[in-house]
Design a protein around this ligand. Sequence first.
Ligand SMILES: Nc1nc2c(ncn2[C@@H]2O[C@H](COP(=O)(O)OP(=O)(O)OP(=O)(O)O)[C@@H](O)[C@H]2O)c(=O)[nH]1
Ligand SMILES: [Mg+2]
Length: 397
Amino acid sequence: MNQTPEANIPHITLFGQRNAGKSSLLNAMLNQTVSIVSEKKGTTTDPVKKRMELIPYGPVVFIDTAGIDDIGTLGQLRVDMTKKMMQKTDLALIIIDVLDYDTIYIDQLVLECKKYHTPYKIVFNKIDLLNDDEIILLKKEYEKASFVSTFNPHDMNNLKEVIIKNLKQEKEEPIIGDLLNYNSTVVLVVPIDSEAPKGRIILPQVQVIRDCLDYGIKCHVVRDTELESAINELNKIDLVITDSQAFKKVNQIVPNDIYLTSFSILFARYKGDIDVFIEDVKTLKTLTDNANILIAESCSHNVSHEDIGRYKIPNLINQKMKINPTYHHVMGQDFPSDLSPYDLIIHCGNCMFNKKTMASRIKIAKAYGVPITNYGIVLAYLNGILERSIEILNVII
Ligand SMILES: Nc1nc2c(ncn2[C@@H]2O[C@H](COP(=O)(O)OP(=O)(O)OP(=O)(O)O)[C@@H](O)[C@H]2O)c(=O)[nH]1
Ligand SMILES: [Mg+2]
């Protein structure tokens, strides 16, 4: 893997009315044609994503969207998709055509930003169409906004600087680097079963290995089948991290004086809100046959009989809790905006989406009063080893 995973870099989204010049701005900032531009309203229909090295900040992802004022049945679907992008947006650019705008839409977008605590910047575009006096007047009215013309490279450079200033300089948080001392030893358990992708290991495992290297933690990677012999060979092990699916088996192998956790529990802390997840998993105790459980997965993949979200978790819930609830499955962007039909949401580890997406989804769930937890926590809970697996995190259940 040569690039920082997309899920770990800031997402900057261009929102605005149709024809405001969103796509033109994106192309101008990138110096290439990424998004189609035309004088016709509604040119961009689906979100267009493009990664860029924003010097001196680093890599970012830009997302161009369809106009927020689109009309008709199809238009409404496009608006819904545009609004979905807000969930993953770290910085919103609200693009306004200086000559043709409706404050209703600006207010609506600002409200959406506030809903998800998304920082935003208002950008008036096409100032080449105004005279100096008109520009001065507009600047007075919108003191904090930016004023640009897509056709002016100087404006584009300034806008990039404004973007960099408005991006939160997030401190890269460790995955385990803050839990273990320098020179500690961890063993990673990576089962190579039919679910394991061919010829590679999955992103959370790669990221944990990198985190170990960053923090001077020695890390051994083994399959579940060689774990016992690895434990016997190694003098001192501080922590074993396993794939959640092998949790039960690994729990029996790892002696009690060695900490044990899973990749998904570490990611629940790194990418989600582990306190919420641990609290809300207890909802499982209160559910009946009438319950509706939403299982949400961020990456799209084909489903096999071993699939954790489709089969393993539902089967385990039915078996351990002795209930037969209804399961609903969504993938990728298709997280519902109305969560009222659900009694519990079980989310995947979210390695493919950024932190903001998970934070937004937790916010929506809380707004609907629907408990939300994740795969790793559910598996640990149902296998009776949640307590053990979070000992290392110093979280109190
Ligand atoms: N004069 C002037 N025209 C511009 C500027 N930026 C964009 N335009 C024009 O505005 C029109 C719309 O531009 P687009 O980039 O397609 O606008 P959009 O917001 O992506 O529109 P949709 O995809 O329909 O939502 C095109 O004819 C552009 O050439 C600018 O700074 N000045
Ligand atoms: Mg466009």
